[in-house]
Ligand binder design. Sequence first.
Ligand code: FAD
Length: 491
Amino acid sequence: MEIEVKQRTSINIVWLKRDFRTQDHAPLQAAEAAGLPYLILTFFEPSLLAYPDASLRHQQFVFHSLHDLRERLQAFGLPVDCCYGEAVDIFRYFGETFDLQTVFSHQESGIRLTWERDQAVRECLDALGVEWCEFQRDGIVRGIRDRKGWDASWTAAIESPMIRNEYREHVPLEWEYPFPLAPDYIRQLDDYPTAFQPPGEGNAWRYLRSFTEKRGFRYHRFLSKPLDSRRTCARVSPYLAWGNLSVRQTYHWVHRHPNYRKFQLAFSSFLTRLHWHCHFIQKFEVECEYETHCINRGYELLEHEPRPDFVEAWKAGKTGVPLVDACMRCVAATGWINFRMRAMVVSFFAHNLDQDWRSGVYHLARQFLDYEPGIHYPQFQMQSGTTGTNTVRMYNPVKQSLDHDPEGTFIKTWIPELERLPLQYLHEPWKMTSLEQALFDFVLGRDYPAPLVDLVESAQKARKKIWGHRSNELVIAERKRILKTHVRKKR
Ligand SMILES: Cc1cc2nc3c(=O)[nH]c(=O)nc-3n(C[C@H](O)[C@H](O)[C@H](O)COP(=O)(O)OP(=O)(O)OC[C@H]3O[C@@H](n4cnc5c(N)ncnc54)[C@H](O)[C@@H]3O)c2cc1C
């Protein structure tokens, strides 16, 4: 009897994960060097889409970044596409349909769910006899126990020459994936709101160039202003988070820019922040439990009275505190607010409203277009005072408002119901007497909520609670552990 042996085409796959660009891309370089035909794919995975940190805006950003990549690479006959399904099922399909040899990707410092997904993928690929070649991302090191030598290795990675990806012409591969995205979902992904930063490599470079050529000169001055910072901050965070830019590309560009000497103060503090970016992700790479557990386990003992009504008001921008509400509405509509405003809304949530950080952390993860788990969870916890190693900063929203939005322009933009109030009350509408309210045809509680809590009293209570807890034995023991693991020794 003659056995029919069907010849399967030998291929490789580049699995895109937060690295949607064509340059400084090690997996794409390796796939090109391997000489086999290869597919460039990203996955929309139902288990990740159903997770509480997932939001349509992130998926839209990925979808449009992928389009951008496809346009850039189509001249070389390279297929760039997305698949709907669990990663393991997708690889099994390709492993059984083709002679799949190697999967190339970057390492992902993600949440526990993506870490576990990666372990399942590793098992699946091993069973199929497929090699998985993972590359370091942005100087983040896998498997280290402390920070000995980390700074030096990060600097070496970031200052090393960039990868110049070159693409030769490919004979287009014949393939059809049986589980495409549903047409309705594609329509949703396609419909990208213009209020968000535009995705893709070209836009990423446009933002970076305009920062170094013009916008960045006033970086320092307006860093914390809710309105001006929208122009003067680099605004490269979504591009770094989704990998339209690598940290190395960004670092090289700014460090070697002709304007560097002229604007050294601004640019060097920008570069310091790129270091923070990776420092935070490195922490999370080592302990992704920071998504769900207090960094300092001693703070698990702190009790909070859950107030779902407070949480909902905070999310909706209806707490009765104008700057907090303006920020929450602004980030919902545009996907971005600056660092200080992020810190302030979290401080208000955790300290003034006395809510467990876990009941707010996913909401902001969904709002930030630049959602990067490695920065988001540690930062959210820092501002909530659950690290035990940092000074607890409580932001007074009225002071922030008077310091950074003195004319109330930002507040009026996002809370039109306060527009008609005189400036002196814009920051604290609850201070208006009934007579003054009548004069301006404004009723507190009808036109705009009365504040959920008294700002001074709630801050005093929070200070007592959080500072009092710093001497707890577990907090002290945990502090030592954290310093040993995540902080480098100073000489
Ligand atoms: C509660 C909270 C959550 C945050 N979540 C995120 C997040 O999910 N993703 C994210 O990229 N940033 C996050 N940040 C950090 C910071 O607010 C943003 O990186 C910054 O506002 C992005 O704007 P930009 O690109 O104009 O920053 P710039 O000020 O121009 O800085 C340049 C780059 O440096 C990095 N950077 C700046 N500040 C920080 C910081 N404090 N920590 C770590 N890296 C920093 C970012 O990659 C940023 O793009 C968070 C901050 C807080 C307080």
